[in-house]
Design a protein around this ligand. Sequence first.
Ligand code: VG1
Ligand code: CO
Length: 545
Amino acid sequence: MNSIHTISTTPYLDQRPGTSGLRKKVKHFQQLHYLENFIQSLFDCLEGIAGKTLILGGDGRYYNQEAIQIILKIAAANKIGRVLVGHHGLFSTPAVSCVIRHRKAFGGIILSASHNPGGINGDFGVKYNTSHGGPAPESVTEAIYARSKKIDRYFILKADDIPLDTLGTHHLNETVVEVINPITDWAALMESLFDFSKIKALFDTGAFHMYFDAMNAITGPYAKEILEHRLGAGPNTVLNGDPLPDFGGGHPDPNLVYGKSLVTKMYRANAPSLGAASDGDGDRNMILGKRFFVTPSDNLAILAAHAHTIPGYRSGLAGIARSMPTSQAADRVAKALEIECFETPTGWKFFGNLLDAGKATLCGEESFGAGSNHLREKDGLWSVLFWLNILATQRQSVEAIVRKHWAKYGRNFYSRHDYENLPSDQTQQLIEDLRQQLPNLIGKQFNQHQITLADDFSYHDPVDQSITSGQGIRLCFEDGSRIIYRLSGTGTEGATLRVYLERFEPDPNQHGLETQIALSDLIQLANHLAQIKQKTHRIEPTVIT
Ligand code: VG1
Ligand code: CO
């Protein structure tokens, strides 16, 4: 038996999880007892976890392996019954969600800062998911935070590291540590949802090609297994397929800015029919056709409109859920299908109750996230397979499918403008100033735009009746246009202001407009009302998606 040590510690006061777990710089996490404090605070809050099963793994970023060894020893000292760790310590976020559900685990710990850069100077993160497979709700994350401010000791086993590079079973005192293949359960789930033989037949025509850019993050092995091995997509389909601790120096965020190398390939004359990418931990997706970009909000709407053609969703959708800043394109599909469309705060944790209660089947966010009741996380490759199934059935181009969708439902022009790394105090003041203006804005007219609703979004969860307020400043206009302002909850440096812009256009003759031009009025108004240039001293956003 190895001895259990009780280590005295002092609290750090900054361990409050944000939109998706606790995210800090790697060096911040490497401070004395920092990770240990957070993990022990977590275990202190999880009543009844002794003897139970936990899933553990991360996106492979710098510090992943070291953190796993520390967590295993703390888990053993806290008498966790069994820990299932991904081979090499790797696990995508959707695969963790899948294995928690499949193995009926108590919960799972995901080591990731998702789309944030990695490496020794990059970011690290820890997220806890509960037994339904989804991110812990705020009641749990707030309890962990409260505990972390008081913690004065943690328990850790003095033992050798567990070899993570071979599959097999090990023991840390009474705790069983099993190193498992992280892909198996998730891949089987994908086969149960989609028509693999139909998709294979599409690749077998020889006329259909695709690229999947794993951005040197977690999805490379998953994409190779599914796309290249099971679906016959061809050996060079997966780009940047090896997970690297620093993601090859890149920023593993699949959007038009950080996914530029794929975008460039998809805009060449000989581009393939489909281009896709996923983020650091595999839960985001970007979908591109030949010379065509699918806006994530449209993506959700299009998946919903085609769900009945997909084996896993043939019986129809119970409802759709989208985060508040996501465009209202999905609402139009929900209306046509006569099902409900729920509007939640930003972050996947808010979809969990709706999915568990059977109120929603598909969920999505404007930030390149989509998923369904198959898991309790968004799932990047799931979205790609959904598209492949649509393309294999429709035998039309991505662009044709999107244009047909707009023609039927109208187009929601949509864009998000991010101002990254701003001074925190000033940026919070900008939001506060807007909040003060809200009562005076209702009914005001700006050019042809009249404001009909101006508030700070508050969510009433229809399942557990909890209320979450302060979720973003909303300005809604008579014609359905919206301007939304909120601060990011995933950054690790300064503050990031996000401005979300949306305008509905029913006229098909206008659907070809360039997005920023179609939104130019609203962009100007958003700047004017929040005084963005004056207050941030920035002349333009750092990222436009
Ligand atoms: C961002 C996105 C949000 C997403 C979250 C986690 O949060 O806007 O939609 O759920 O990241 O995604 P924020 O608070 O920075 O706007 V991931 O792929 O980073 O886990
Ligand atoms: Co992610």
